[in-house]
Design a protein around this ligand. Structure first.
Ligand code: NZQ
Ligand code: ZN
Length: 386
């Protein structure tokens, strides 16, 4: 097992009807800004419940955070916080609202004028020492943002992963009933995103990390068991509860500690979202199968383990087991209504080169667990994925 630090201070408040506890979770006397997206939380009554719970606080609102949140929107919110002297932010939404809130929390304490520079540090911490504290009310299980220290923010030049230890929410309310109103496509996207978060921390090479491997396999198996059921039965509490907890645990450092990681599918996927506006989870589903086929020699031992332990494939050569496991993974995504070919979207084959160019412009030229996934290999993966 590799060496690691494990630190995760987020207080999780899980279960039905826990919004009333906001009054105790938010610091007494704090001036609060509620951040949210395009209006789903207004439409489905969550915003009213939050206002009722925070009746003793001075509360302001900032809505209109878009999916794949934009830097310019975040700066507007940060300026509002400065003007109103807000002490605490409460994010109400999915990954986009939570990610935006993380960036807003540091931007509101930033004295400089180069806000864009704050999103361009990759996996090294943003060089800031202060943030406005924030909590979250999660409405879309997918990204794990409710219990991790990452944020993804876009500007005119691209979509950037941002990291800071200040990005852990103080608390996150995970109420599975808040997901009942999700459109089917968003539920399917969330399941695929969660599945592929686990893939990126598991399908590399063995380091004898048995707890991490078996926990990852448990998340895979749970998602496979409940995937179709939770898409088809939006108000089945137990499947939504299992899905929600899987999504959080898939990307909160638990299964990623002490193991090699390969975020290539995400890095390529982010460029596809940036260029073509396709939802995050859906971009991953088109990249992953052909990436696994292309990299099967590098990942052989773990792919065979994946085939045997997750999909129960015990017959055939290693190559046959691996191909069968990739096909079962594709069939799982299809069962959720998520396509696995780039040609299923309105993208021309000639445009694939633009994705490669964007990766180059963003310095993503040596991806994978071993840094040897070069742009010519990305080009091949994209062509095979078409
Ligand atoms: O904006 P509203 O009106 O709220 O509607 C949203 C949005 O249109 C809707 N929605 C959310 N909860 C709902 C609901 N509709 C009805 N009922 C509800 N309960 O769903 C739509 C999509 O929301 P969004 O937050 O964009 O989706 P998701 O949670 O998938 O987040 C995607 C973003 O997270 C980033 C992605 O790159 C993308 O920008 N990621 C963040 C990560 C992290 N912080 O660790 C890791 C991920 O890999 C990912 O990159
Ligand atoms: Zn993701």
């Amino acid at each position: 097992m590799l060496d690691f630090n494990f630190y995760n201070p987020t207080h999780v408040v899980f279960g039905k009807d826990r919004l009333a506890e906001l009054n105790d979770l938010v610091p007494q006397g704090a001036k609060v800004l509620l951040t949210y997206g395009g209006g789903s939380i207004k439409k489905f009554g969550t915003l009213d419940k939050v206002h009722a719970a925070l009746a003793g606080h001075e509360v302001h609102e900032f809505g209109g955070i878009e999916p794949n949140p934009k830097l310019s929107t975040c700066i507007e919110a940060a300026e509002l916080i400065k003007a109103k002297q807000i002490d605490f932010i409460l994010a109400l939404g999915g990954g986009s609202v939570i990610d935006a809130t993380k960036y807003i929390s540091i931007a509101a304490k930033y004295d400089g004028d180069d806000y864009a520079s704050l999103i361009k540090h990759g996996f090294t911490p943003v060089p800031v020492s202060e943030a406005i504290p924030f909590g979250t009310v999660l409405t879309l299980p997918a990204t794990g943002s409710e219990m991790n220290a990452f944020s993804v923010i876009s500007d005119d030049t691209g979509k950037y992963g941002v990291y800071s230890p200040l990005f852990y929410p103080k608390f996150s309310i995970l109420d599975p009933t808040l997901t009942f109103t999700l459109p089917t496509t968003q539920v399917a996207n969330g399941i695929v995103d969660t599945f592929i978060h686990v893939v990126e921390q598991y399908l590399t090479f063995p380091v004898d990390a048995r707890f991490q491997d078996r926990t990852a396999e448990g998340i895979f198996q749970t998602l496979i068991e409940i995937g179709e059921k939770t898409v088809e039965n939006p108000e089945d509490y137990d499947t939504r509860a299992n899905f929600m907890w899987c999504a959080t645990m898939a990307l909160n450092s638990l299964i990623g500690s002490g193991v090699p990681q390969d975020w290539s599918t995400h890095m390529i996927g982010h460029e596809i979202t940036d260029k073509f506006g396709i939802d995050h989870g859906r971009t991953l589903a088109v990249v992953l199968p052909s990436l696994l086929r292309e990299r099967k020699d590098k990942k052989e031992a773990k792919l065979v383990q994946f085939a045997e332990r997750v999909w129960g494939i015990t017959e055939g050569s290693n190559d046959e087991k691996i191909e069968a496991a990739i096909q079962k993974t594709e069939a799982f995504f299809h069962s959720l209504g998520v396509p696995t070919k780039i040609s299923d979207y309105d993208i021309k084959k000639e445009e694939l080169g633009d994705i490669v160019k964007q990766l180059e412009a963003h310095g993503m030229t040596a991806l994978s667990e071993s840094g040897d996934l070069t742009l010519d290999i990305v080009e091949k993966i994209l062509n095979d994925a078409y």
